[in-house]
Design a protein around this ligand. Structure first.
Ligand code: GLC
Length: 429
């Protein structure tokens, strides 16, 4: 297929996954609205239907909880092909049935991109309507995912990180008691190859964490205090730091000075806190189990988001570049989700090795922001080659480009349109 045909296919995927204002990640496997999927999808829509891009984000915020949280899944209608559905989560925090935790807060960054693409009066009005909602979500993150004011954000569930079965969660997950879950039937393994999905032992613990939080009524302060899983994540932390910089830009543009001052404080807190995630032996940022105080020992694709977060000092940047080149000598396609030199690396098991298009997009933006256009462009070219070879798959093998997981995947299509496609290459990042 030519690149222009791929552009057309990508638009068709988004249009066909559109449920009337919000988009599902893919038919079958993921039949609801997912948080960060929707936000990346908005970038794709923005290339051919900007109004629809805004709508995607606005509909996501329709599900915002009273305490400010924006859930990772909105169950707008019941779909028996998905597990765990609304009855397992047992939440009551917002206007739409939902899961009980969040996902990486990329929304403020994409809202800024939408504004910059078209700073018209109407666009600014839409951004102004979203600003208090974004502020409430970011305040929620700081209050309940950084309750001790450390300047790093924890996830209370591997799913909250968006990187479900990352090796970084293994030790903390192993410490979770399997209880209160009863018999259950997974649905994911009937849609896609089980050898590429998380193991049953992981799944038991995923559900045990949900059960523990349900028991305390999803009260956010209580969840932060007692959740059996509470691990600071470089992915969420860096995405949040970048999102705060973009939120600051929006607040200033909209003349919201007191909000801007508040956000400046958040940025200072996160810049300082990020140092806690630096692993001096590895020379990279890693996860930190806030219950045990232990850092993890592997480099994940989120380690490469330090520049995206604006941490572009020489020491950090040169360490990242060295890791990048070492890994690039091992695999054909950058950037594997986990270090190929680590014992836990598995090139086709979900977040234990495969390449994900939207992570590549953020990594490339980070390199570009740090002035490293060569590596930024390398990541874009690899992403384009993966899609040209493997189609609009959920994720790809870094070794041979095999596309895996769900097909006709919305965020892969969106990232193609917004950035990876040669027809966009000159305009993005
Ligand atoms: C998986 C991914 C997560 C994504 C979701 C829907 O759970 O790990 O990041 O949001 O699928 O695509």
């Amino acid at each position: 297929m030519s690149d222009l045909d791929l552009d057309t296919t990508a638009r068709t995927i988004l249009t066909e996954n559109d449920q009337g204002g919000y988009t599902i990640p893919t038919k079958g496997l993921y039949p609801y609205q997912w948080n960060w999927d929707s936000v990346f999808v908005a970038l794709g829509f923005a290339t051919f239907d900007p109004d629809r891009a805004w709508r995607e984000i606005e509909m996501l915020f329709e599900g915002q909880w009273r305490d400010g949280m924006v859930p990772h899944i909105l169950f707008r209608k019941d779909d028996p092909s998905y597990f765990p559905g609304p009855s397992v989560w047992g939440t009551d925090g917002g206007p739409i049935p939902s899961s009980g935790h969040s996902q990486p807060p990329v929304a403020a960054s994409v809202v800024r991109d939408l504004v910059e693409a078209d700073p018209s009066k109407t666009t600014l009005q839409r951004a102004a309507a979203l600003l208090p909602k974004l502020m409430a979500w970011h305040r929620w993150y700081l209050a309940y995912r950084d309750p001790d004011n450390l300047g790093v954000l924890a996830v209370i569930h591997p799913w909250e990180s968006g990187r479900d079965n990352l090796p970084d969660w293994d030790a903390a997950l192993a410490a979770v008691d399997v209880k209160d879950i009863g018999p259950y039937e997974r649905k994911d393994t009937s849609h896609v190859d089980p050898s590429m999905r998380p193991h049953k032992e992981d799944y038991d613990r995923y559900l045990s964490i949900v059960a523990a939080c349900r028991k305390v009524g999803w009260d956010p302060a209580e969840v932060a205090r007692s959740c059996p899983f509470f691990v600071a994540d470089p992915g969420v932390t860096f995405i949040f730091l970048k999102a705060n910089r973009d939120l600051l830009n929006l607040a200033e543009r909209l003349g919201q000075e007191s909000e801007a001052a508040e956000i400046r404080g958040w940025i200072a807190r996160m810049e300082e806190g990020a140092k806690r995630l630096w692993n001096e032996d590895l020379k990279a940022h890693v996860a930190l189990d806030l219950r045990t105080g232990k850092q993890t020992n592997g480099i994940s694709s989120a380690s490469f988001l330090a520049s995206y977060a604006g941490l572009t000092d020489d020491l950090t940047l040169s360490a990242l570049q060295a890791h990048f080149d070492r890994i690039a000598a091992k695999v054909r396609y950058m950037t594997p989700s986990y270090d190929p030199d680590h014992a836990c690396y598995e090139p086709l098991r979900y977040w234990r090795g495969p390449v994900w298009a939207m992570i590549n997009y953020m990594i490339a933006r980070g390199f570009a922001e740090a002035g490293d256009f060569a590596r930024s462009e390398r990541v874009r070219r690899d992403t384009a080659a993966l899609i040209e070879t493997g189609g609009f798959a959920e994720y790809f093998s870094p070794v041979d480009g095999t596309g895996a997981g769900g097909g006709s995947f919305s965020w892969t299509a969106a990232i193609w349109l917004a950035w990876a496609s040669p027809s966009r290459a000159n305009k993005a990042a």
